[in-house]
Design a protein around this ligand. Structure first.
Ligand SMILES: [Zn+2]
Length: 248
């Protein structure tokens, strides 16, 4: 049995800018990202509603607002999670480690924290390449890294999973030095037509419950004193002061 899902009603306010956010659409809990590759799970019969902000265009669900980390572990990040995200274990950490290495090698002796790094595979691969990389996941009960101590915090495939985007962004940013950089991924969605619930990235079974526009990311990070730069639709960085090693 799924833990009861929270329903905010037909109208709520945006989790980032507090703007008016009417209902956008509804998906079965078992809708997953691999449906675009024709991998379908049986429908569960649990509707997950999403709202969209009329102002910053954030698409988000309030369904999981009452869930604890243990609830997420039991129902989403459980033993079956790998069936809806098979690249999670090995392929993605390798791709990410390669991308981060190319980014961080522009500086010297930089300290990196992989925030939300799961089992720590990406950080381990970076250490093999000589990078001072640590992994920390807010879902695991490991010792907290030192705050304001890292040149780079990476945060891959985290923001679409959080029911609290402001809290998560603030939490990741606290580990950065003043001239540190948050390098993060989340697929931004622009110009979404009404009721576009077939969009593959809206996927409750994968824990994709908050889908950003570039405008939503701008409001989110500006509210925390940061500038956002987009490398593409999926990879972005946020910083308070651009460090010298990135400025050239
Ligand atoms: Zn908004």
């Amino acid at each position: 049995m799924l833990k009861r899902l929270h329903f905010a009603g037909p109208q709520t306010s945006c989790k980032i800018c507090k703007g008016p956010a009417p209902l956008y659409g509804v998906a079965d809990f078992n809708k997953n990202c691999l449906e675009r590759e024709k991998v379908f799970l049986p429908l569960l019969g649990e509707p997950v509603y999403y709202h969209q902000c009329e102002s910053c265009r954030l698409i988000f669900s309030t369904a999981f607002d009452d869930w604890s980390a243990a609830d997420f572990k039991a129902h989403i990040y459980n033993d079956d999670y790998v069936t809806v995200d098979p690249e999670y274990v090995e392929i993605r950490p390798r791709k990410l480690a390669g991308m981060v290495f190319n980014f961080i090698k522009r500086g010297t002796n930089l300290k990196l924290l992989d925030y939300g790094g799961g089992e720590g595979k990406t950080a381990a691969l970076l250490r093999e390449k000589g990078i001072a990389a640590t992994s920390w996941d807010p879902m695991a009960a490991a010792a907290l890294p030192r705050e304001s101590a890292f040149d780079v915090v990476t945060c891959f495939e985290v923001f679409e999973h959080t029911p609290q985007p402001v809290v998560t962004a603030e939490d990741a940013l606290r580990f950065l030095k003043p001239q540190g950089v948050l390098l993060f991924s989340t697929l931004t969605a622009e110009g979404m037509p009404p009721r576009h619930m077939d969009f593959w990235y809206i996927a409750p079974r994968n824990g994709h419950i908050t889908i950003y526009s570039k405008a939503a990311l701008k409001v989110l990070f500006e509210s925390l004193g940061c500038t956002v730069h987009h490398f593409n639709d999926n990879v972005h960085m946020a910083y308070r002061q651009l460090p010298a090693w990135l400025a050239t």
